[in-house]
Design a protein around this ligand. Sequence first.
Ligand SMILES: [Zn+2]
Length: 541
Amino acid sequence: MRKYYRFIDGLRRFVKSRMEPEEALGLARSLLRKRIAEREENFLRLAERSIFKYPRSPYLPLLAAKRIAFSDLQSWVSKYGLEASLHTLAAEGVYFTVDEFKGKIPVRRGGITFVCDEGMFDNPNLRFVYEVRSGATRSAGTRIRIDFDYLHQRSLYDAFLLDLHGCLTSPIANWFPVFPGAPGINSSLRFAHIGNPAQRWFSQVAEDQVHVNWEKRWGTKTIFAVQRFYRFPLAEPEYVGVNDAHRIAQWASQALNEHSNCVIYTFAASAVRVCIAAAEANLNLKGAKFLVTGEPLTPHKKREIESAGAIAIPVYGISEAGVVAAGCNQAHTTSDHCHLYKDTTAIITHRQVVPNFDCSLDSFLFTSLLHESPKLLLNVGMGDFGDVGSASCECEFGKLGFDTTLGNIRSYEKLTGEGVTFVDTDFVQIIEKELPECFGGKSTDYQLIEEEGSKGFTRLQLVVSPRVGKVNEGEVLDKFMILLRRGTASPESWAQSGVEMWRQSGMVRIQRDYPLSTASGKILPFHLRKPLNQTREYATK
Ligand SMILES: [Zn+2]
């Protein structure tokens, strides 16, 4: 019972400490500036308390194997700086790949071998955590953690970001699925906390299309009950399917009649849908600012959004650390150019062989510097890669000292069509084992090919080799969606919401053809039309 009490108590405090927009902005400015100045000290304090003095820390065996003491880290940071020290740690084997972090493969460094589970990385400092584990029997379990101190910290970045784009008090709408918790409920809570609550919360998925356990429903209902009691304005989710984007376009158009701009926070593909719907209805979205997240803001998607007169602002987050970077208001050549929130996150890259893609990539390694971060990350990979650079910028982020930039961010571990993420274990098993068992053929007779279609939407072709013989294509597609909906690795409710959105958008199509192989001749379960490291591809017969 204690956890429910803690949840309600944390929520109550969060709701009661609601700010005015200017107040939130002032606090954000002073706090971000302070944390930038004290970045290295904050890192060392967190590392000492939550790693070196925390006996259950998964980092201790790696550090002990190399006889790295806290005093070593202290002296490296003071001599060479934080990022150089993180590179040194990575070179000494102090890092976790995403597969190691998730316990999919054992950690092997020098003479030591062990298996992680995600719980080992939980931040022991959190106070008001609401935590549930999904009850699906096949599922490894997925946790939702909402810490209200953490949401408070996150909301300050929202105030800063909105102000940077001239919309601190502009009307906001969210278009995110009702379940699971983030980002729909979290962003609603955060915007309300900084005194500019989302006016509408549209959800691509209806509540009865997703079956989640009672705790998640209870958590959501409790949030709305407490919110009503304290008159904390929170819009209730309204179902708007992915093919009804014109309703979002109409909301934006009406908001723009009365205000110089408005904000729509959604997935990149959903933003493209709104802009296409606006063009079809002759609605001008000049002044609309789309905060887009959940999937890469590719050049194609950015162009589609801008052609409606709107602006696309990338917001890059990972579930283990929240939003870690966002785009500014200056022109940049990279479509997803972001400033890293470097006061609370450090990112270095680490060259790594990615087996499922048959290539090497510069994988991001994340380090959390925030006391309230849900997970304590020290050089942990999340399956993302891209460019990390350093550049000055005229924008407010630049003035603050956010001079680390990210761009060309992609994932090698997830499928992120329509903003919904499936991790590779969900579909590799389906492609290599379950479809051949149902419809015949071998593990290499099926393949998912990802490409970006003409409107900037991600499309997936489910390739079935002619070697399999005659099959009912509709049945293969239905079976694939049923298996994916079961989601063994993705959060249970994400898998359900994701499949529902993919069904609405017709994202997956069957193609009878031979699976494609990589340059080195391998046939992989998942293939990108444009290979990650730009190698050539060959069709095989
Ligand atoms: Zn900038």
